[in-house]
Design a protein around this ligand. Structure first.
Ligand code: ZN
Length: 131
């Protein structure tokens, strides 16, 4: 596993794109909407890892709910894996709970699945595999 990216929930992608461009000294390399998840994302490359900014694209979006409850900030940590199905089995055997056990198409050409924060010390963990 490696840290593939860190997801940060933001209110405005416009404002936060500028902020992170200033912080990191570079522009985001892509913007992408995942309509099913109700998010618009932008990605910054940072060494071998990335920062994923997440803005809600509709009211029922999990990102809108997250910001309402906790405010802007770190939303999830994503670990890149070689075989997401094998990792899901391994982690289930070790007692971890998944929000959904079926990997879905996520942003940035990835298959993604999320572990429930109640089984990971309150941290929302994403597993992702390059498609
Ligand atoms: Zn992510």
């Amino acid at each position: 596993m490696k840290i593939e990216h860190i997801g940060i929930a933001v209110k405005s992608l416009g404002i936060s794109d500028e902020l992170f461009a200033k912080l990191l000294g570079k522009e985001p390399y892509k913007h992408e909407s995942v309509e099913r998840e109700g998010v618009t994302t932008s990605f910054f490359q940072v060494g071998d890892s990335k920062i994923e900014l997440l803005e809600a694209s509709k009211e029922e979006s999990p990102i809108a709910k997250f910001i309402e409850k906790k405010g802007e900030g770190i939303h999830h940590i994503a670990f890149g894996v070689e075989n997401i199905y094998a990792e899901i089995e391994r982690l289930k055997e070790n007692g971890f709970i998944f929000i959904s056990e079926e990997p879905k198409q996520g942003a940035d050409n990835k298959l993604v699945v999320f572990l429930h924060p109640k089984s990971t010390n309150g941290v929302l963990v994403e597993l992702c595999q390059e498609i």
